[in-house]
Every structure is written in structure tokens, then in C-alpha cells.
Ligand binder design. Structure first.
Ligand code: PRX
Length: 568
């Protein structure tokens, strides 16, 4: 029996209060997500149940109960409080997927501060712009990443504390650095959890847009309501499950469904802090008897590429439910997974901004491979005309995805960017910026993004950010960045550049430019290909015509270039 039961029946009788009642929300002593994910679970009699089973890249394995999580997050919260950090201060988590990352997430929330998780592979500039935008007061990090923080310190006067969780005493600490060692700290049994209210800010995730700097998506503690119920009904987590969410908590999937969802349900989750390979992943599933697996299309396509034979070497019989998010999930991948695992990957669609799953294939519902499924009960979703923002009448017509605002996990704002936030609402709808079509049975089919943002391996990259970074290299005079198709990552970053006088196109120049971007932004943003051109196509007023280059890469009709030339 699935948690959701019948989708149609749930749809008819839906109210978010279902989650509030299950969570005893109105009577709870606090609305703090930190409390909900640890203390409350212990109070429900699960203090000895494993909360986290963790394996590191060197094979080290660690296991923590819900009581361990409660104590660790209390201890971190207490440490932060003693540093003078308080509610609504921004605290950045800049770590690999180590246990401290998961505990710190709850610890920061427990003092009422705002967690700002950042992907640890970010380079100096990516880190800097996000910290500067949020005026982050403290960063919790590891020795291996502290160099990046040191390099931006002069430009970061707001950053008061750099907390290192694995300091080995070998090198002297520098200005503003301080050590926190969880294993050597005295566990804090009783901690005064900050009494947030439903609208208190909780998590600040940064996401890239087409133009301008990345935007800080502000969520509040009330997001728990959506995250709890979608985890329960879509991911179908049950008490004896072993759950694996492969996403990094630097991104929203890794927090909404890699921390808050499973732990608010008191479910054991497993984390592998190791690079991808089919062997590593299958071994992990077999060793820890993973039953529910939430992953992403790029990983699934890579597993497909690794072939069917390797699957047979492992006992994957513990698996009972698979789901995917982040990019379009090809019908072939769904069909393939059903063939080799005996289970289809169920596609789910949502965004950093939506905070929780919006459209999905539900357990027990007939799935249509290649479709994202139907809206979660309580979510009113449709397809609207790209200009009038009126719902489209004819099934099958392509338009923009649109949701009626008001679900619990909806972002409350972009950090200090009210204008961009308001621009996301049209004619009473929230417009995520994706094109899709709706079939006559109410299934959504993804078509593409409605902007130039590149989705590479499920990660959004702003072409503008890469173009700006390219111009900072000593070689590049002009740049235009677009996506190009890729078998595994769906799309990758491609740059067209003209060179400054004195530089000539060569593999060496290409490598130097690529490395610069990797270090400054991140490996994801690094162009996989750089094409040296004599000039870039421009509009009459000198704006680079990215759309033309995009069409060229994707083999699409370029259309009437005279109109493109008029675009500004
Ligand atoms: O374009 C859509 C794509 O990823 C975008 C959201 O990215 P982000 O905020 O980084 O969050 C990713 C994880 C929740 C969307 O606007 N996207 C997400 N899921 C799907 C998808 N595209 C197609 N199919 C999906 N299932």
C-alpha cells in the first residue's frame, strides 16, 4: 500500500492541514524545522533509530541515530550562539557531503539563523558573490575549502567567523578562523531552540538566472508542511525504508529531500560522499539495502551508458521505489530502468523557488514515460499563453508552466531583489520560466526553458556569469555562451570567443581559458568547448545574438535574422 493511496481521491479531499495535523503543527512547542527533524522524532520514541548512515570516499562508514543528530545539532547551535550569532543572521555551509554538513543545517536553524548552503566545488568568485549578496556572517567549512575563503576575505568585511570542522593543528589559524570539532565537543543535551514562527526565514538557496547575479531564494520554516507531505506521498517513504537522495545539499534537492523531508518523517537516510561511478553506486545500494532512491537524469543516463550487464553483478533487490528530478527525464531512461531494475524512475518537476515537488508521477498512478506527471494535490498548475498568461484551452499546445501561488514551501522572496521576485508573477500565476504542454488527461510534458539559462547535468548555469568571467581572462576580447547538446549531461556550456590581439587560437589557449573559469566559477560552469571565431553575431545596437548561436548548436531553424537583429 502506498502512502498516497489513490491520487484522484487525494485530489478531491485535499487540504494542507493534513500535514499540519500529522505534524501536530498547531500544538507543537516550536515550528522550528531543526526541532522537527530531530527532537520531535526522538520524542516519538525513535531516538535510537539510525537517522544517517554515511560512507566517505575512502570507505569510512559512520552511523548516527536520531538522538545523535539531536545532540550534534544542539552542540553546533550552541557553538554558534556562543560566537554571538543570532536569529536571521546568515550562516553559510560550505562543505562536502560530510556528516557535519547535515547536522550544521539543523544547528543553524535551531538558533533561528538562516542557512545558506553552497556547493563546495564553487570557485572563489561564485562563493564571493553569494556571500556578499547575503552579507553572510559566518561560514562553516573544511580545511580543503578554506583557501577559497581566505582569498576572498579582504572583500568580505561582513564575514566574521570562519569555522573549520576538521582542523588538524598543522598550520596556524588565520584571521577570523576558529575551530569546531564535533567529536571532541561535549554534547549539549538541553538547548533552547529559537522559537521561530511559520514565516521566519529558514533556508537561502542561490540559483542562477539569465542576467545579473545569482538570486537568493528565501524559504521559511512553514516550508516543512509541503516538504513533509510531498516526501511522504511522492517519495513514498515508510518507516522501515532506507532512503538515498543522491543530491548535494548545496542545491535545493539535497536540503528539501536530502534533509528536511526524510528526517521530518523519521526515516533513515544513507549518504555517499564519493564521486560517481556505476560500481560505486550499485555497491552502495547493495551494501545498505537502499529501498527508495531519488536521483537525477544525468546520473540515470550515465548508468544506462554503463550498461545492463553490470547491474546483474549486484543484488539490488532492496529497491522498491525510484524517482528523479532536475532535468527532463527521457522516456528511454524510464523504460530502461523498468527493464533493468524492474522499477521505472518516476519523474518529478520543481525548482529552487518552489521549495517542494510541484508536478510528479505518483506511486501507483499509471505513468507515461517522458511525461513529468500531474500536479501534487493542493497545487493548481496549468499551461498559459506566453503573452497573455491566460490558460491555454487546447491540450497539446505549448505554453508556459504556471502555478497558483500560495503553497507552503513557495519562496517568500529573492534576497534584496523584490523587483525580480515580482517579475515572476503574471496574471495571478507564478511563472517558473519553463515551457511545456498538457495532454488531454492532464499529464505535463516538458518542452524547454523559456530563457537562456543552461541546465547542465541538472545544475543551472547563467550564460551571463560565464561570459563575464571569460572577459576577465587575458586572452578573450568578446564572448557568447550557449548550451550545446550532450548525450549524458543533456546540455553543456559552450563558449564562442574572439581573442585579443597577440593571442592565437590553440588547444593551449583553450585549456587556459577553461581552467580560469573552473577555478573562478565552478567545474559545472566551465565551457566544455571553446570555439574561436573572428567575430560574434550582433544586433544593430551591438548586443550579442546568443539565440542564433544556440540555434546553430542545436541544429534548429535560425529563422528570420532581420528580426533577431532588431532585438535588444
Ligand atoms: O527547468 C526546470 C528544470 O530545472 C529547473 C529548476 O532548477 P533548480 O532550481 O536548480 O532546481 C532543481 C531541482 C529541483 C526547472 O525550472 N527541471 C527540474 N525538474 C525537471 C526539470 N526539467 C524537466 N523535467 C524535470 N522533471
Amino acid at each position: 500500500m502506498t502512502n498516497i493511496g489513490s491520487y484522484d481521491e487525494r485530489l478531491e479531499a485535499f487540504c494542507w492541514s493534513i500535514a499540519e495535523e500529522e505534524l501536530d503543527y498547531s500544538d507543537a512547542e516550536t515550528k522550528n524545522i531543526g526541532w522537527y527533524c530531530s527532537d520531535r522524532i526522538c520524542r516519538m520514541g525513535k531516538s535510537g533509530k539510525p537517522a544517517l548512515i554515511w560512507e566517505g570516499h575512502d570507505g569510512t562508514m559512520k552511523q548516527y541515530t536520531f538522538n545523535d543528530v539531536r545532540l550534534a545539532s544542539n552542540t553546533i547551535g550552541n557553538f554558534l550562539k556562543n560566537l554571538g550569532l543570532k536569529n536571521e543572521d546568515r550562516v553559510c555551509l560550505f562543505m562536502d557531503k560530510i556528516p557535519e554538513l547535515y547536522f550544521s543545517f539543523l544547528g543553524v536553524l535551531k538558533i533561528g539563523a538562516i542557512v545558506q548552503p553552497l556547493f563546495s566545488a564553487f570557485g572563489d568568485e561564485s562563493l564571493h558573490v553569494r556571500l556578499a549578496n547575503a552579507e553572510t556572517k559566518a561560514i562553516i567549512t573544511q580545511r580543503k575549502h578554506v583557501g577559497k575563503v581566505r582569498r576572498i576575505l579582504d572583500q568580505s568585511p561582513y564575514l566574521k567567523h570562519i569555522i573549520i570542522v576538521d582542523y588538524d593543528g598543522k598550520h596556524p589559524l588565520r584571521e577570523r578562523e576558529i575551530v569546531f570539532n564535533l567529536e571532541e565537543s561535549i554534547p549539549v543535551e538541553e538547548f533552547d531552540i529559537f522559537p521561530v514562527n511559520t514565516e521566519s526565514p529558514s533556508v537561502l538557496h542561490y540559483t542562477s538566472g539569465t542576467t545579473g547575479q545569482p538570486k537568493g531564494v528565501k524559504h521559511v520554516h512553514y516550508s516543512l508542511i509541503s516538504q513533509y507531505l510531498t516526501t511522504k506521498w511522492v517519495l513514498d517513504l515508510q518507516d522501515d525504508d532506507r532512503y538515498w537522495c543522491t543530491a548535494d545539499p548545496g542545491w535545493v534537492t539535497g536540503t528539501s529531500y536530502g534533509i528536511i523531508g526524510p528526517w521530518s518523517l523519521g526515516v533513515t537516510q544513507c549518504v555517499l560522499d564519493k564521486g560517481f561511478s556505476a560500481e560505486n553506486w550499485y555497491q552502495f545500494i547493495e551494501k545498505y539495502n537502499i529501498s527508495v532512491w531519488y536521483s537525477a537524469p544525468t546520473a540515470i543516463r550515465s548508468l544506462m551508458k554503463a550498461g545492463d550487464e553490470i547491474v546483474k553483478k549486484y543484488n539490488l533487490s532492496s529497491l522498491r521505489h525510484l524517482a528523479s528530478v532536475g532535468e527532463p527525464l527521457n522516456a528511454e531512461a524510464v523504460i530502461w530502468s523498468e527493464k533493468v531494475y524492474g522499477l521505472p524512475f518516476l519523474d518529478t518537476y520543481w525548482q529552487t523557488e518552489t521549495g517542494s515537488i510541484m508536478i510528479s508521477n505518483f506511486p501507483g498512478m499509471p505513468i507515461r514515460p517522458g511525461s513529468m506527471g500531474k500536479p501534487f494535490p493542493g497545487i493548481v498548475g496549468t499551461i498559459v499563453n506566453t503573452k497573455s498568461f491566460e490558460p491555454l484551452e487546447i491540450p497539446g499546445d505549448i505554453g508556459l508552466i504556471a502555478f497558483k501561488p500560495g503553497w507552503p514551501a513557495m519562496m517568500r522572496n529573492y534576497w534584496n531583489n523584490e523587483e525580480t521576485y515580482q517579475s515572476k508573477f503574471k496574471n495571478g500565476w507564478y511563472i517558473p520560466g519553463d515551457r511545456a504542454r498538457l495532454d488531454s488527461d492532464g499529464y505535463f510534458w516538458f518542452v524547454g526553458r523559456d530563457d537562456d539559462v543552461i541546465n547542465t547535468a541538472g545544475h543551472l548555469v547563467s550564460p551571463f556569469e560565464v561570459e563575464s568571467a571569460l572577459l576577465e581572462t587575458e586572452q578573450v576580447a568578446e564572448s557568447a555562451v550557449v548550451s550545446k547538446p550532450d548525450e549524458i549531461n543533456m546540455e553543456v556550456v559552450k563558449a564562442f570567443v574572439t581573442l585579443k590581439p597577440g593571442f592565437t587560437p590553440s588547444p593551449d589557449t583553450e585549456l587556459k581559458i577553461m581552467n580560469y573559469i573552473r577555478k573562478k566559477l565552478s567545474p559545472l560552469a566551465m565551457p566544455q568547448e571553446i570555439e574561436f571565431v573572428k567575430s560574434l553575431p550582433k544586433t544593430r545596437s551591438g548586443k550579442i545574438m546568443r539565440r542564433l548561436l544556440h540555434a546553430q548548436e542545436w541544429g534548429e531553424e535560425i529563422g528570420d535574422t532581420s528580426t533577431l537583429e532588431d532585438e535588444d
